[in-house]
Write a protein that binds this ligand. Structure first.
Ligand code: PHB
Length: 377
């Protein structure tokens, strides 16, 4: 009995974070491995000890399947007794866990998924990624200011795609523009070619695109194969399409492509320079916006624990997170105390060559943008 007491005291000193990510399947590279690398880098740089507790990160692969995410979350709660659930690479995966976060009163840190309504699924959800409406209204504004009157939309057919489609349409039509066609493509094994033929035939001024991180490469390949790069139809998109992880491999056809998003590896700040350099050293790739969501999610967890003095009561932790603000590699960010969603700058960027590599180079900024859907409620 005496012998086990110190071991038990030791166990109580550990705070466990369950990080659930797609580590296999089509979203492993652009989402899972990026976030895992960022979370590990954060711990390596900031130490594994916070407010007298030892941080233990438990990484689990959900393969991008909601039933698996839910089962893993349940196991992490019951067997590992984690104090935080984190990750959530795709919207359906975040939705699958929300009821468990509520029942167990465990903070659920959404580091990747971008559908607006996610934060409304549980009062224990706090988001460090972004929302599609937040980054889409900027490109619609840019389009209407740059002579684009008739546009078609092409989005992945699930939560974030439908959010992007709706926000783009509302914003462009409010400015006098017109949507001449709306295309939705399946999330799994998408084939863009037949849909791109429709765009060629309809000849809009521009095609607005959202596909999740990781699918941009195939989209661009088929866009070129179908000759749309030479059609005079302007391509515009959210930064998910020109994801830093794969942008350089998409080739010079992306030069001049204008997108809006909350993070570019080329963001010119000392914080980002340090982040990109350390990330490249640790992971051997350029960080993308998913990595930054993971990095900031870890920061949120660390700072919340500091504020509660290491108390892992879920309600106290979420309270501590509300209204928190800091300088991220992406720029200044904060957690909206009313919605638990992120408020951040959205940048208008253009693909350019920097030192021989393709980057999203920021050229103008919408400051401190909240999720516009919840702001309008
Ligand atoms: C999502 O499923 O919410 C999601 C995934 C990848 C993205 C954006 C949104 O790039």
């Amino acid at each position: 009995m005496l012998g086990s007491a110190p071991a038990q005291a030791q166990a109580q000193q550990t705070v466990k974070i369950g990080l659930i990510l797609p580590m296999t399947g089509p979203f492993a590279g652009a989402i899972g491995r990026q976030i895992e690398a960022a979370a590990k880098l954060y711990i390596a740089q900031n130490g594994a000890s916070v407010a007298g507790k030892t941080i233990e990160l438990i990484v689990k692969d959900d393969t991008g399947t909601p039933d698996v995410t839910r089962r893993i979350a349940q196991e992490l709660l019951v067997n590992d007794k984690v104090s935080f659930l984190a990750g959530f690479g795709l919207t359906p995966l975040a939705f699958a866990v929300a009821p468990l976060a509520t029942q167990s009163k465990t903070p659920q840190i959404v580091m990747a998924a971008g559908t607006s309504s996610i934060t409304e699924q549980s009062p224990f959800i706090v988001r460090t990624s972004f929302t599609l409406p937040q980054v889409t209204i900027g490109i619609a504004d840019w389009a209407s200011k740059n002579g684009i009157k008739k546009a078609m939309t092409l989005v992945a057919d699930y939560g974030p795609g439908l959010d992007a489609e709706k926000s783009f349409k509302e914003r462009l039509t409010a400015a006098g523009g017109e949507i001449t066609g709306e295309i939705r493509i399946p999330l799994r094994n998408p084939d863009f070619s037949p849909f791109l033929q429709r765009v060629t035939d309809a000849k809009p001024d521009a095609l607005f695109v959202f596909v999740p991180s990781g699918l941009g490469v195939q989209f661009m390949k088929q866009f070129v194969e179908r000759g749309l790069d030479k059609s005079g139809i302007r391509l515009i998109a959210t930064g998910d399409v020109t994801d830093d992880e794969s942008l350089d491999s998409m080739g010079d056809v992306t030069l001049g492509l204008v997108t809006t998003h909350h993070y570019s590896a080329a963001h010119p700040s000392p914080e980002n320079k340090a982040f990109v350099e350390a990330f490249r050293k640790a992971a051997n790739v350029r960080p993308n916006f998913m990595a930054v969501g993971g990095w900031d999610g870890m920061h949120l967890i660390y700072e919340a624990l500091k504020k509660t003095n290491g108390d892992t009561d879920g309600t106290k932790l979420v309270e501590a997170m509300k209204g928190m603000s800091w300088i991220s590699p992406r720029g200044p960010i904060s957690i909206d105390p009313k919605t638990r969603d992120i408020i951040q700058n959205v940048y208008v960027r253009k693909v350019e060559k920097v030192n021989g590599e393709l980057y999203n180079v920021e050229f103008s900024t919408f400051e401190a943008v909240p999720d516009p859907v919840k702001a309008a409620k």
